[in-house]
Design a protein around this ligand. Structure first.
Ligand code: FAD
Length: 463
């Protein structure tokens, strides 16, 4: 579309936050303009985040399952990979989903602009479209959903051999060796995908363990398998220097004792975190405040410090997850349409789509201890679960954390195949203020992994 002179509501950024807000606001009767550099809605999540990473992890799962089939008496030939076809399939998934979003935008009669926006003042945006058109747009209300981008080590830029998550997801080739810098979920997921496809993956993490924010007993189960799948996991180790050379990247490490070592890798993947896209927005020309990390400051209704301007998704703070963006989008769209709404979930689940998956929601045991909350926990190994054993996978654990005084469920942690799907029951239970007794009263289908939630609740009762 061409730049309209004015809009009732303008949404800047068309990731999961922006497109959800735009669709909802249009459904509520607002006239909406949606701006993003991408040709179709999708943002990081669809083009270079959640979706392509899960597509590659599916390929990884197929490979590891054929390898593991031997233990149950089925032998496959060693898998061979057609990288071009894997890439095309992954891109096809993205295409299907973004086309669907584009069609929905058309159906809802959104004005969509392919380009970028920058604030001139509290009511005006400067727009530059991909087609070269420049213009101003006066808006009544705005929702900022410009998301985030990868953080790089100081002085380091991406290149042919030094990749960020976007570069790694392009799957240019399958390198022989790869160093993943950062032991968070993005590094572990992408490292797992490459490792399954044949890359010798090393992971380096500056702190003492992987996946900060998750209970250690859950992480240790994942780590047992990662230790087998990865070439090595270097903890308490810093990357001091990276030099891109003709035949690889020379990396200097420093361990806890201050000892340095130097190694060469074919490729390096930088996965040390993400930062909000707030610098290029012209926020200085408005009264919108950002905090010291660059996130836009919002209240429970996603309102910024300027009347009529909202912010949602990664730009509005942690956790930087697509489902948090969806939730905030609905609140902001409703507020823009004059409805009462507030973002106040009891729990935002976190899922790491490694093998096994790790998922948690609500209070962790570690946080309970730090906050001196008296809790009772039940930790159930999946070794005795029929479904886990019939899947050939007993490397799992279900953990419930309840208030010691009133049995109210406070948090749930899961590790094992399918943990990402199972956590949804736990989120619902938390949202409905369930107790351990409520979980025991739910009839779970047999034989399923979900029975581990029921069985862990029984443990609470007995213990
Ligand atoms: P984004 O998706 O970042 O979209 C923002 C959009 O705004 C972009 O298209 C950007 O180009 C555009 N934009 C920026 N500036 C401007 C401007 N000035 N004008 C116009 N447009 C602008 N989350 C999960 O929940 N589950 C997962 O499994 C998961 N996996 C991930 C895997 C990877 C490798 C990565 C990188 C991220 C993953 N995430 C996952 C995080 C998830 O992608 C983000 O939380 C989510 O995309 C945030 O949505 P958003 O709407 O805030 O912004």
């Amino acid at each position: 579309d061409s730049i309209p002179p004015q809009s009732q509501l303008v949404v800047i950024g068309a990731g999961p936050g922006g497109y959800s807000a735009a669709f909802r606001a249009a459904e509520l009767g607002l006239q909406v303009t949606l701006i993003d550099p991408g040709e179709r809605p999708g943002g990081v999540c669809l083009y270079r985040g959640c979706i392509p990473s899960k597509a590659l992890l599916h390929v990884a799962k197929l490979i590891s399952e054929t390898e593991e089939a031997e233990s149950v008496g089925v032998r496959f030939a060693k898998p061979t990979l057609d990288v071009q076809k894997i890439r095309a399939w992954k891109n096809g998934v993205i295409d299907t989903l973004t086309k669907g979003l584009g069609a929905r935008a058309d159906k809802l009669k959104l004005t969509t602009l392919c380009g970028t926006a920058r604030f001139r003042d509290n009511h005006t945006l400067q727009i530059a479209t991909a087609a070269g058109e420049e213009g101003q747009l006066v808006f009544k209300q705005a929702i900022i959903a410009t998301g985030s981008r990868p953080v790089m080590l100081p002085g380091i830029q991406t290149g042919k051999r030094i990749l960020d998550s976007t570069g790694a997801l392009e799957l240019a080739d399958i390198p022989k060796t790869m160093l993943v810098i950062g032991g968070g979920y993005i590094g572990l997921e992408l490292g797992s995908a490459y490792a399954a496809m044949g890359t010798r993956v090393s992971v380096v993490e500056m702190t003492a363990d992987l996946l900060p924010g998750c209970d250690r007993d859950l992480v240790s189960i994942l780590k047992r398998r990662l230790d087998k799948n990865f070439n090595e996991i270097l903890l308490n180790t810093r990357v001091m220097e990276l030099k891109e050379q003709k035949n690889g990247v020379a990396v200097t490490f420093e361990d806890k004792k201050g000892e340095q070592s130097r190694r060469r890798f074919d490729k390096v993947l930088m996965a040390i975190g993400r930062r909000p896209n707030s610098e290029e927005l012209g926020l200085d020309n408005t009264s919108i405040r950002i905090n010291e990390k660059g996130f836009i400051v919002v209240d429970g209704r996603q309102r910024t410090t300027e009347v009529g301007i909202f912010a949602i998704g990664d730009i509005a703070g942690e956790p930087m997850l697509a489902h948090k963006a969806y939730g905030e989008a609905h609140v902001a769209a409703a507020a823009a349409a004059g409805q009462q709404s507030v973002f106040d979930p009891r729990a935002i689940p976190a899922v790491v789509f490694t093998d096994p998956e790790v998922a948690w929601c609500g209070l962790t045991e570690t946080a309970a201890r730090e906050q001196k909350i008296k809790v009772k926990t039940a930790k159930l190994s999946w070794r005795g679960n029929g479904r886990a054993l019939t899947l050939g996978r007993h490397d799992g654990m279900t953990k419930l954390i309840v208030d010691a005084e009133n049995d109210r469920l406070l948090g749930v942690g899961l590790v094992g195949p399918g943990a990402g799907e199972l956590i949804a029951e736990a989120v619902l239970a938390l949202e409905m203020a369930a107790t351990g007794e409520d979980l025991r009263a739910v009839i779970h289908p047999h034989p399923t992994l979900s029975e581990t939630i029921f069985d862990a609740a029984q443990m609470l009762f007995r213990g």
